[in-house]
Design a binder for this molecule. Structure first.
Ligand code: GLN
Length: 271
């Protein structure tokens, strides 16, 4: 939905050009801005990426730096295309699609599952990773659910706007198997894990690869995995078919040249 406004693009191009040349005299006249972007005809080849850190190993902060599988993968994919990546913006997961719609970013790289509901609002690249949903519990605790229904009567959590939250809503809340007051929604899964470890909630529904990462770092274990067969794609603005095509051919290139495997092996030990 919605097309990039020229104002946004001008500002970024402007900052870049002024920053690069250091010509203070360029400041702020409409004429200069026009001449800088004039030849582009709206076809800037720069992309700003958006993600939601706190979802290891896909995206997280390490020593203040944004790192992870999605970061490396998108950078490799874009470098195979005619576009360049001008930078990364961080949001809560729930804010990513709105940020795309309001032109704050051009690509979402956030382990975002491709599904029909989202596909109505944005477009996706081809899939680049598969996942199911795991149920995380406290390690060594006495709560050992083996199916979704076993979560009834327990305080549980998920991250806002995720497919994990969707499962809780669709399979438990709507089905009358969980009271609304037992569902805790978090801005980030990191906060949910904190609450789980502290005993404020008893379980979390989260993508399996992320559950496995939390398991290796925190006192949590995977009680069971609920098969969903989700596939992650990079999100682009609805109708941004040039960007979508560039990402798809970039994805193919990094799969063909071994870069995808290299990046996967860097972030996932088990394959
Ligand atoms: N794959 C899940 C989704 O798309 C979770 C993504 C995330 O939390 N970054 O909803």
């Amino acid at each position: 939905m919605g097309r990039r406004t020229s104002v946004d693009m001008d500002r970024r191009t402007y900052v870049k050009v002024v920053g690069a040349s250091g010509v203070a005299g360029l400041t702020g006249t409409a004429g200069c801005l026009g001449s800088i972007t004039g030849s582009g005809g709206g076809g800037s080849k720069k992309l700003t990426a958006g993600t939601a850190p706190g979802f290891p190993p896909f995206e997280m902060k390490q020593g203040g730096e944004l790192v992870g599988f999605d970061i490396d993968l998108l950078e490799a994919v874009v470098s195979e295309s005619e576009y360049t990546l001008s930078g990364w913006e961080e949001f809560e997961f729930k804010g990513l699609m709105p940020a795309l719609g309001s032109d704050k970013i051009d690509v979402v790289a956030a382990a975002m599952t491709i599904n029909d509901k989202r596909d109505k609002k944005i477009d996706f690249s081809n899939p680049y990773y598969s996942a199911d949903q795991s149920i995380l519990v406290r390690k060594g605790g006495n709560f050992s659910p083996s199916k979704l229904g076993d979560l009834s009567g327990h305080p549980i959590g998920a991250q806002k706007g995720t497919t994990g939250e969707g499962i809780i809503k669709d399979e438990l809340l709507s089905a009358g198997k969980l009271k609304q007051s037992n569902y805790n929604s978090y801005g980030s899964y990191v906060l949910a894990v904190e609450d789980l470890v502290n005993g404020n909630i008893d379980a979390i529904v989260v993508d399996k690869p992320v559950a496995q990462t939390f398991r290796s770092k925190r006192d949590v274990s995977i009680a069971f995995t609920h098969k969903t067969g989700e596939q992650y794609g990079f999100g682009v603005r609805d109708g941004a078919s040039d960007v979508q095509k560039a990402l798809n051919s970039g994805l193919k290139a990094v799969r063909d040249n071994g870069k995808y495997t290299e990046i996967r092996n860097k972030w996932f030990s088990d394959s």
